[in-house]
Design a protein around this ligand. Structure first.
Ligand code: FES
Length: 142
């Protein structure tokens, strides 16, 4: 397991709660469990930023929806040109096509078409696999 910038985040935060699936560090469980506990006990929470795996961001948005808390997500779409020309990073936000590279990457999580986003994350799987095989072959040859 790899943790990065824990001390920096601890210094910048009033509270840091770490969770791990197996409980080997911090609390055992998912971040979404802790979030539900916090939302039930702390009514001062007005905004949430969530960055991580698509499924986690989707679940966080489902949890925050009934609380009417603005939830900002970071859509890490696959980017090719990074200037809004290739379309590879397109996402659907509130029924409109947006590009993560120039319109985001932060968006209102309640407006994201999560199924579409997660499908887009796998659209270059074949090319990624070929690239990985090429990399391993090259590394093995060095
Ligand atoms: S990376 Fe090409 S449009 Fe965003």
């Amino acid at each position: 397991m790899l943790f990065i910038m824990e001390e920096e985040i601890r210094k910048a935060s009033s509270e840091l709660i770490i969770t791990t699936d197996d409980g080997s560090y911090g609390r055992k469980g998912f971040v979404t469990q802790v979030l539900e506990e916090l939302l039930d006990t702390d009514k001062s929470i007005k905004r949430i930023w969530v960055i991580g795996p698509a499924i986690m961001m989707k679940v966080v948005c489902e949890i925050t929806r009934p609380y009417l808390i603005k939830t900002i997500v970071n859509l890490h779409s696959i980017m090719v040109d990074g200037v809004g020309m290739c379309g590879s990073c397109r996402v659907t936000i509130g029924g409109e096509t947006k590009f993560s590279c120039v319109n985001g990457p932060e968006f209102d999580g309640q407006l994201v078409d999560w199924i579409g986003f997660m499908n887009r994350l796998t659209c270059f799987q074949e090319q990624e696999q070929k690239s990985w095989e090429f990399y391993k072959l090259k590394e093995g040859g060095n």
